[in-house]
Design a binder for this molecule. Structure first.
Ligand SMILES: Cc1cc2nc3c(=O)[nH]c(=O)nc-3n(C[C@H](O)[C@H](O)[C@H](O)COP(=O)(O)OP(=O)(O)OC[C@H]3O[C@@H](n4cnc5c(N)ncnc54)[C@H](O)[C@@H]3O)c2cc1C
Length: 344
């Protein structure tokens, strides 16, 4: 049963790699025994267990007897109330941006402070770095609008459980801002860097349209605390008074972490994994996963491995980037001699 009391039937179908919308709808009609229905794809994954029959497995919610049902996603509800409180959010990466977006929707006065530059300028600076080796402190793989993920293909990965509403809110926000609709149901969704640049820009427009502010090329350098409460922040461009401060400065902002430590902010150790990079020829992976070097209509095969070692430590493959390239993702200048060493 859907949230609006409508009876939803969930079916699973299999279709060839290059199926058409008409074939999909024909198959649903055969299963439900009628041409009058609405449907919503819930999950689409590649089934390559039998190498001679690689196909899509698609889970679909169907409502019979209605041709235009508006399937509602189970998403966050953000009640608005004018709150007269100002919040500074440090960082425009996914954590900072979505926190600020939700707070602004909820009625706070929200300002994002981002040390890097806006995404179009960042894109030019990163090309400059790749082609001429000219490094920019405010526009690199780690710092700048959209955070560290913007120039890394945008695979949407979350290993956190029980966050369906939050996940759906983020996915729907990405789609509204121009991400492909298939991220709603693909088992391994990704937005792609070219799309992400546009999506990040559109998300900023949406945030500003509801009154949010974002200051680029502005770095948090100090925090003013009065009686255990934040009263203002200092940036390299000036002071901003605020009632709350949310720091979402990502993985690489060592200076910001030192600042927080100096202010007595409590830190907690987090378990971490150590890894190494393994490179394979794409066709070796395709052969092993699909039994073929290429399949028309599919981009590249992926794999995921896990293993429990005898000493009980888990070993697992982390992030796979078919067709990816190796980049220097550090946010600081590396001298030429060091750079050549790293590239070897
Ligand atoms: C090369 C690379 C590839 C990756 N690929 C993937 C992937 O495919 N899929 C995936 O799920 N994850 C990927 N990740 C990880 C992913 O990017 C991070 O998990 C994610 O960006 C973390 O989001 P965040 O908002 O916490 O921080 P970040 O995205 O790091 O954002 C932090 C922001 O804070 C800003 N900032 C820092 N300090 C200050 C300050 N003092 N003042 C003002 N602004 C400040 C920074 O400029 C930055 O924009 C990748 C990471 C890298 C580096």
């Amino acid at each position: 049963m859907g949230t609006d009391g409508v009876k939803i039937k969930t079916i699973e179908i299999r279709l060839p790699i290059e199926y058409t919308k008409a074939e999909l709808e024909h198959k649903i009609a055969r299963i439900v025994g009628s041409n009058l229905f609405s449907y919503d794809i819930v999950l689409k994954s590649l089934d390559a267990r039998n190498k001679r029959d690689v196909h899509w497995k698609i889970r679909i919610n169907v409502i019979e007897g209605e041709s235009k049902h508006n399937f509602k996603s189970n998403t966050l509800e953000i009640p608005y109330r004018k709150r007269n409180k100002k919040i500074c959010v440090i960082g425009s990466g996914p954590a900072g941006f979505f926190a600020a977006y939700v707070l602004q929707k909820a009625g706070y006065e929200t300002i994002i402070i981002e040390r890097g530059c806006e995404v179009a300028k960042r894109s030019r600076q990163i090309s400059n770095f790749e082609q001429k080796g000219e490094f920019s402190e405010s526009a690199n793989y780690a710092f700048g609008e959209g955070g560290a993920g913007t120039f890394s293909d945008g695979k949407l990965t979350s290993r956190t459980k029980n966050i369906d509403k939050e996940k759906n809110f983020i996915i729907e926000s990405y789609i509204e801002a121009g991400a492909p609709e298939e991220i709603r149901y693909l088992s391994h969704p990704h937005i792609g860097t070219n799309n992400l640049i546009k999506v990040v820009r559109n998300l900023r427009d949406r945030f500003e349209a509801i009154g949010g502010k974002i200051l680029f090329e502005t770095t948090l350098i100090n925090i003013k605390i009065n009686d255990r409460s934040v009263v203002a922040i200092e940036t390299d461009k000036g002071k901003i008074e605020c009632e709350y401060l949310l720091v979402a400065s990502g993985h690489s902002a060592y200076d910001t972490y030192r600042l927080l430590l100096s202010k007595g902010v409590k830190f907690q150790n987090k378990a971490f994994a150590i890894g190494s990079r393994v490179e394979h020829l794409q066709e070796v992976i395709n052969l092993s996963q699909w039994g073929k070097r290429k399949i028309k209509g599919l981009k590249a095969a992926e794999y995921k491995l896990t293993y429990k070692a005898k000493n009980a430590l888990p070993v697992y493959s982390f992030c796979m980037c078919p067709g990816g390239k190796v980049v220097q993702a550090v946010p600081e200048k590396i001298e030429h001699s060091q750079r050549n060493e790293l590239l070897q």
